[in-house]
Design a protein around this ligand. Structure first.
Ligand SMILES: [Zn+2]
Length: 390
């Protein structure tokens, strides 16, 4: 018998240009006091200006925290919380890539209660209540607007996470126009990250892997696989940008309820130690982890990957046996990174062969992800996979 639980953001608004009309979508009142959590690039580009103007026109009080960095630190989070408290805000609006959205989630939690963050880390430990929370993504990849997770870098390079349905936002507002100016390498890396979310969710060994997540993953891969090239090479194609943002959100809903596995576990040491962007870290290990999983026929991963092949790449020849289709799917994914202009080997991003052992040790700390992998990964296996990826 199927049994599962499924959580997602209760209200999702998806419309080109919606961010310029955010006040009416959020039913903002003159008494509202908002903290906008974003980064310096977004502010410099003026990307948040139409949203800010809309909120001000509705009479709301706006404070902007514009200092979120990639792999946001605990210090950044705490300064944003302080700003929220000083200005007595009642609504936190995250505006940006996954980092800004992750910080916004925890600002809403910590400024809304006097919760001790040290007790909130981990799965299901947050207590709340939190402030009103709205998330507006400006990249198509993390799906953070529909995931109950926030990842913060503590003490230099340790990644810690809070996972709780409590930090799902009240509203996710998706405006594909915000993604039109993303540079090709960011579009490529974040797009592949979204594809990894869908692939790992679909094949996740997690007991909550469920039919909703699998259906969402299939549709996500159809949208992402058929639009990623156009979005990378013709960034102003509105239809492709819209499909990528929708695909990334559907993949987010899928993995929020059927969690990711060894690709992400092996990607984290690459991002944490070498400051390689999350999407590229995933792309670097993706084909090697899938090959490792598919090599053991007992776990069923090869058949699942073969099922995804035709959904992801409509032009793929899927006439052979399962193993053959699975292999072609993985080769096609490996080729996609190169075709989109991403680096494809760990050595290309400044990682030395002598770094691999430490990375394998680090990857073992991602036990919460490794348990979801279709095939068990030991430290020696992780080292061998990194060796293939090097
Ligand atoms: Zn990811």
């Amino acid at each position: 018998m199927t049994s599962f639980a499924f959580h997602t953001t209760p209200r999702i608004v998806f419309a080109a240009g919606a961010s310029a009309d955010v006040a009416s979508h959020l039913r903002i009142q003159p008494k509202d006091r908002l903290l906008i959590v974003t980064d310096a690039t977004i502010l410099a580009l003026g990307l948040a200006q139409p949203a800010i103007a809309s909120l001000q026109a509705a009479g709301a009080d706006i404070t902007v925290f514009g200092e979120v960095e990639a792999d946001p630190s605990l210090r950044t989070l705490l300064s944003a919380v302080e700003m929220a408290r000083e200005n007595d805000v009642n609504h936190v609006l995250g505006f940006g890539g996954g980092s800004s959205l992750d910080v916004a989630k925890l600002v809403a939690l910590l400024a809304g209660s006097n919760e001790n963050l040290d007790e909130a880390w981990g799965v299901g430990n947050a207590k709340g209540p939190r402030l009103k929370l709205t998330l507006i993504p400006t990249t198509a990849g993390t799906g953070s607007e529909v995931t109950p997770v926030s990842i913060i870098t503590v003490g230099g390079h340790e990644k810690r996470g809070v996972s709780s349905p409590l930090i799902l936002p009240d509203v996710a507002l998706l405006d594909p126009d915000l993604t039109l100016g993303l540079p090709p390498h960011v579009t490529a890396a974040t797009g592949i990250d979204a594809m990894v979310h869908a692939i790992e969710a679909y094949a996740s060994k997690n007991p909550n892997n469920n039919p909703l997540s699998r259906a969402l993953a299939v549709e996500a891969l159809r949208l992402l696989g058929s639009n990623i090239e156009t979005a990378v090479f013709n960034g102003h194609d509105k239809a492709a940008r819209s499909a990528m943002l929708l695909g990334s959100m559907l993949a987010g809903q899928a993995f929020a309820n059927s969690p990711v596995a060894a690709v992400h576990a092996l990607a984290y040491p690459i991002g944490g130690t070498f400051h390689i962007p999350h999407g590229l870290s995933n792309a670097l290990v993706l084909p090697h982890v899938l090959r490792y999983n598919a090599a053991d026929s007992a776990n069923g991963a090869a058949a699942l990957y073969a099922t995804l092949a035709a959904h992801t790449f409509a032009d793929m020849d899927v006439t052979g046996g399962t193993q053959l289709i699975c292999n072609s799917f993985i080769d096609r994914l490996a080729g996609l990174s190169a075709q989109l202009g991403l680096q494809t080997r760990l050595r290309d991003v400044g990682i030395g062969e002598s770094d691999l052992a430490m990375m394998a040790t680090d990857a073992m700390k991602q036990g919460r992800l490794l348990v979801n992998n279709p095939r068990e990964v030991t430290e020696a296996d992780a080292l061998a996979i990194y060796g293939m990826a090097w």
